[in-house]
Design a protein. Structure first.
Length: 113
């Protein structure tokens, strides 16, 4: 694992809200901190209403975490393009985030309740 990335369990309950609806709630979320960036919350897929997410064609690559795939949220108000990402097969040392999704806080609300 890269020395500047830390993954740890979160305390409490975390939720994701999109288009006025709660699409996920977890007591098993993970917090990833990377260098000087703000912490990012990763939700287990089992705690997300995956029926509202649609995999997009967007991909990106992080030299430390690997290839990310993106998901759009299908909301009543319309799709929220590439609102979430996931590392399906993360690089060595990052396995803890496999099977998890993270969300752009500029597109949805992610908060501890």
């Amino acid at each position: 694992m890269s020395d500047h990335i830390k993954i740890s369990p979160t305390d409490g309950t975390w939720v994701v809200r999109a288009g006025g609806a709660v699409i996920g709630e977890s007591t098993d979320a993970l917090e990833l901190t990377e260098g000087h960036y703000a912490p990012v919350i990763y939700f287990p897929r089992s705690d997300i209403a995956m029926a509202f997410l649609e995999k997009s064609d967007t991909v990106s690559t992080c030299p430390y975490k690997g290839q990310a795939t993106y998901y759009s949220i299908i909301a009543k108000s319309g799709p929220i393009k590439d609102a979430a990402w996931s590392y399906e097969a993360p690089k060595a040392g990052m396995e803890a985030i496999a099977g998890h999704l993270s969300f752009y806080t500029s597109k949805v609300t992610v908060e501890e309740v």
